[in-house]
Design a protein around this ligand. Sequence first.
Ligand SMILES: [Zn+2]
Length: 287
Amino acid sequence: MGDFSGTEPLVGEIVGLRTFRIDDCGLLLPLYSDGAWYDGTNTAVCAPPTGHHPRGPHAVPADDCECGFYAYGSAVAAAQNRHTRYVQAVVSCWGGVVAGTRGVRAEHARIDAIWISPAAPDWLRKRVAVRYPSARLYADEAAMLGEHPLTELDCYRTSVRRRLGPYLGAALIGALILALGLLPFEILHASLALWATWVLATAATALTTVWLLLGSHGAGHLAAAFVVAGVLAWLLAPVFGLGGWLLRVPLLRGLLVAAGGYLLGLRPHHFPVVKTAHERAFCGVRP
Ligand SMILES: [Zn+2]
């Protein structure tokens, strides 16, 4: 069973918890798309970020696709998403619903209650209230969950442990790639083990870049191709001696931007407000 798939609960409305970004018009946006949720009923369509439909048109949500509105099944599961320290919303889900160990995906969803961190500016809070008149705004998370209890499904795993394995593995590979790309060429070439690792890592990175470019189905793949191309340039840097530092610039720049964004988020009274998309300029009515 997956995090958000595996079973189809046979109950009516299922109440879950999720987080949103908020734009400067007070609209609630998912973390990974600009498709705003509106007051009242929202209906999901299958539009994966990669634009790739694994099995053609189908009912939303489907077990073998990632579409549908997501909601965590418990406050513990939701807390693993760092963005929940800014915004949490209780949502009712109905229609087609599939559930997994951490939450549900649904065809229809409605925002019932919204908690916004005290760090959010007052004007933003007011705009959210105007945008979502049928949702109740809370200043206290516990009060919101007390008045809007989440549905408890049997398939939810009661203890949600952080799975460290994948993160550690990725960190290890990242550190290895950074180290290989920093070694002088003579040292790389002198040891058979180092040389074999470098050749394999470089070939795998090059193949991944090509695969991402050729198999590209949309913005997500292209962005990933750029990142992997940066890693490839980093790995090739030792071949060019001092000039190799030019090849290290893209990845260094990316790392600096990521670190800067992370540090910015750690400021005590920080609340991220998304800049309004161009089409919604002046916070006009629903497009
Ligand atoms: Zn789908």
